[in-house]
Design a binder for this molecule. Structure first.
Ligand code: SF4
Length: 75
């Protein structure tokens, strides 16, 4: 299991890079910013998730590619 946070989520510039790279984990929130998909959310928090190991690589790729560096991954 990998922990992922979008923090500070307010800083998301909605370019969609994380969603393009890792659509199993990231989706658009109602406010037009990136959110963790419902399936992997912790306590219904759209900015925090626990993701299975097989999605680790794409989550890391999304974190590395986020232009504002707000995606954080903890193994
Ligand atoms: S890559 Fe970063 S800035 Fe772009 S949509 Fe995802 S969280 Fe937002």
């Amino acid at each position: 299991m990998v922990k992922v946070r979008i923090d500070p989520r307010d800083n998301c510039i909605s370019d969609g890079v994380c969603i393009a790279l890792c659509p199993d984990v990231f989706e658009w929130g109602d406010d037009g910013k990136s959110a963790i998909v419902a399936q992997f959310r912790v306590n219904d928090n759209i900015a925090e998730g626990n993701v299975p190991d097989d999605l680790k690589d794409c989550v890391k790729q999304a974190a590395d590619s986020c232009p504002v560096q707000i995606i954080h991954v903890e193994e």
